[in-house]
Design a protein around this ligand. Structure first.
Ligand code: HEM
Ligand SMILES: *[C@@H]1O[C@H](CO)[C@@H](O)[C@H](O)[C@H]1NC(C)=O
Ligand SMILES: *[C@@H]1O[C@H](CO)[C@@H](O)[C@H](O)[C@H]1NC(C)=O
Ligand SMILES: *[C@@H]1O[C@H](CO)[C@@H](O)[C@H](O)[C@H]1NC(C)=O
Ligand SMILES: *[C@@H]1O[C@H](CO)[C@@H](O)[C@H](O)[C@H]1NC(C)=O
Ligand SMILES: *[C@@H]1O[C@H](CO)[C@@H](O)[C@H](O)[C@H]1NC(C)=O
Ligand SMILES: *[C@@H]1O[C@H](CO)[C@@H](O)[C@H](O)[C@H]1NC(C)=O
Length: 497
């Protein structure tokens, strides 16, 4: 009896020590502790640098482009840094998967659905459909531009009236409504008057905010110990999570029902209409187009689209409020090319190279999405000489590329001129990869670029943004989270006349 217990313990110890060992094929990284692996190392690094993305860069400086971390019982996490390694990883189809976390599935009704957290056939079909539909609705064409422009103009009107009341503290709060509204218009057709306190719009905003706050993509105890949900549902946040998920699904479901009632045959008003038509057409052949999928796709579009764009616009205003010299140059260009009355349009992008360069420079420095969404190895593979086993999680570290000293020279400096050539033209730089690369590249890139360009151009044509006298210098690194958010600031808005 004792012998068996001792033997079990010994075998157990050997197993623990074996798991602790790092084989020479496993990517380098801190040694860590038995069982919990590098969890403690990572926590220390993040506490020290305040940002997960800074911690990844610190690890890359120490261990090189491929770093392997062991985090408890979860699959190893591989951090891929530097342009060469990132391009290599994102170009390989075997790394196109997404991890199988419990919460990813739970989020979409207990099965893998939608675009962001699926892989394989479902992902391919949904992604292709969403891209095609958004394109037909004028991705980069007139219709979408008009939708965004309309919201941009409403936004300037709101800001104009608020500016009369003094400094504005919740500017991002206001821009996020405009960003949300243009996405909502494209997806669900109905337009809201931004000027009015519209209860429906508030509801959408609160649903979307819930969505974002519940996307515990990397963390969350339930990812590691999903069984805890049965034992302490309130403490693990499971109860609240379920309430929110139910509310969101309910909201989208009623919107879909409304579409079903008011739909006209052969006439498509928006994304939901097109999806419903696809559901009817392909119900028997491709079962992956159904109402549950549609709800998941909608969740995905709002999760991925609102906060990123909102934060980017927030960072642009913050950087320009700090750097009045750059803001002056942007205004001078807009004034010279468009004057005060002509509305900015995508077609004028080529004639506004300095604005374009400024946006690119903020996107580079702010790193709103400092890494890719986690990828999963779908088969055993070798990456730059290291063994990546099936189901390992991989993160592409975009920040390491955007802050590479060898390429940019002075990556810490805010200098839009780096994107301008001798002739004063905007030059694209392939080292700017904020939207990712390869088959998993951001699906809303064109929409995001157009929104950021039009909102920024409209705002800067009409207003000058300054910090109130005595305002402390904003911390331009922002606030860490699922995406990096701009610092809270209080701006004075002066109308350009
Ligand atoms: C400034 C704004 C944005 C930035 C910086 C951004 C960046 C990114 C990045 C880095 C990825 C992950 C790539 C990867 O995992 O390899 C991604 C994926 C994605 N983005 Fe965006 N994005 C933005 C706006 C949007 C918008 C407006 C939408 C939707 C309308 C959107 C929809 C998506 C979707 C659906 C995915 C998942 C694609 C997939 O897994 O196949 N994004 N985005
Ligand atoms: C801004 O956010 C606060 C809560 O943080 C909210 O009460 C307020 O209504 C928001 N303002 C606008 C214009 O949405
Ligand atoms: C998400 O993570 C935060 C902290 O990392 C935690 O407080 C929260 O309860 C988590 N939510 C869920 C649903 O796991
Ligand atoms: C958990 O929370 C729900 C409401 O959110 C409450 O009704 C229930 O009593 C709580 N359970 C425990 C064990 O605290
Ligand atoms: C937009 O950004 C601001 C500030 O970063 C944040 O408070 C707000 O919740 C965001 N809104 C949405 C819908 O993401
Ligand atoms: C502006 O920037 C976008 C990408 O950020 C690029 O596609 C476009 O060609 C640029 N236009 C010019 C010439 O400034
Ligand atoms: C990968 O994960 C899936 C789902 O959790 C599991 O079925 C499969 O056995 C795993 N494969 C390996 C090699 O770990």
């Amino acid at each position: 009896m004792w012998f068996i217990i001792c033997l079990t313990i010994v075998i157990f110890m050997i197993k623990i020590l074996h798991d602790w060992r790092r084989s020479s094929k496993f990517p380098p990284g801190p040694r860590g502790l038995p069982i919990i692996g590098n969890m403690f190392d990572l926590k220390c690094l993040v506490d020290e640098t305040n940002f997960y993305s800074h911690a990844w860069c610190r690890l890359a400086d120490t261990y090189g482009p491929i770093v392997g971390l062991k985090l408890g019982i979860a699959e190893p996490l591989i951090i891929v840094s530097g342009r060469d390694a990132v391009v290599e990883m994102m170009g390989r189809p075997e790394f196109d998967g997404r991890p199988h976390g419990f919460l990813y599935k739970h989020r979409t009704g207990g099965e893998r659905r939608g675009v962001i957290f699926t892989d394989g056939d479902i992902w391919r079909d949904q992604r292709r459909f969403v891209l095609k539909t958004l394109k037909e609705f004028g991705f980069g064409k007139m219709a979408m531009e008009d939708i965004i422009l309309n919201d941009a103009v409403s936004l300037t009107n709101i800001i104009e009236s608020l500016a009369k009341l003094g400094p504005i503290t919740d500017l991002h709060n206001i821009t996020s409504i405009a960003v949300l509204n243009s996405l909502w218009t494209i997806v669900a057709g109905s337009r809201f008057d931004l000027d009015k306190k519209n209860p429906k719009l508030r509801e959408i905003l609160s649903v979307v905010n819930d969505l974002i706050r519940n996307s515990n993509v990397t963390g969350g105890i339930l990812t590691y110990l999903p069984l805890l949900r049965y034992i302490i549902p309130n403490y693990t946040g499971f109860t609240v999570l379920n309430q929110r998920l139910a509310r969101m699904s309910q909201f989208f479901r009623s919107e879909i029902a409304r579409h079903k009632q008011t739909r006209m045959h052969g006439e498509f008003r928006d994304f939901i209409d097109v999806y419903l038509a696809e559901m009817e057409q392909s119900s028997s052949i491709i079962p992956c187009f159904d109402e549950e999928q549609l709800i998941s796709v909608l969740k995905d579009l709002f999760t991925a689209g609102v906060e990123t764009t909102n934060n980017t616009i927030g960072f642009i205003i913050t950087y320009l409020a700090v750097r009045q010299d750059v803001q002056g140059k942007v205004y001078e260009e807009i004034e010279r090319v468009l004057g005060k009355e002509v509305l900015p349009r995508i077609a004028y992008k080529n004639r506004l190279p300095y604005l374009n360069a400024t946006i690119a420079e903020v996107i580079r420095l702010a790193n709103v999405g400092p890494t890719s969404i986690p990828h999963r190895a779908m088969t055993d593979a070798v990456l730059l000489g290291y063994e990546i086993k099936k189901n390992y999680t991989l993160l592409a570290n975009f920040r390491s590329v955007h802050m590479d000293e060898k390429h940019w020279g002075d990556p810490q400096q805010f200098r839009p001129e780096r994107f301008i050539n001798d002739k004063g033209e905007y030059v694209e730089d392939p080292w700017l990869i904020s939207f990712g690369l390869g088959r998993r590249k951001c699906l809303g890139e064109i929409l995001a670029r157009n929104s950021v360009f039009l909102f920024t151009a409209c705002l800067l044509q009409k207003f000058q943004f300054t910090l109130s006298p005595g305002h402390p210098n904003p911390i331009l690194d922002g606030v860490d989270g699922f995406t990096i958010a701009p610092p809270k600031i209080c701006v004075n808005v002066i109308e350009r006349i």
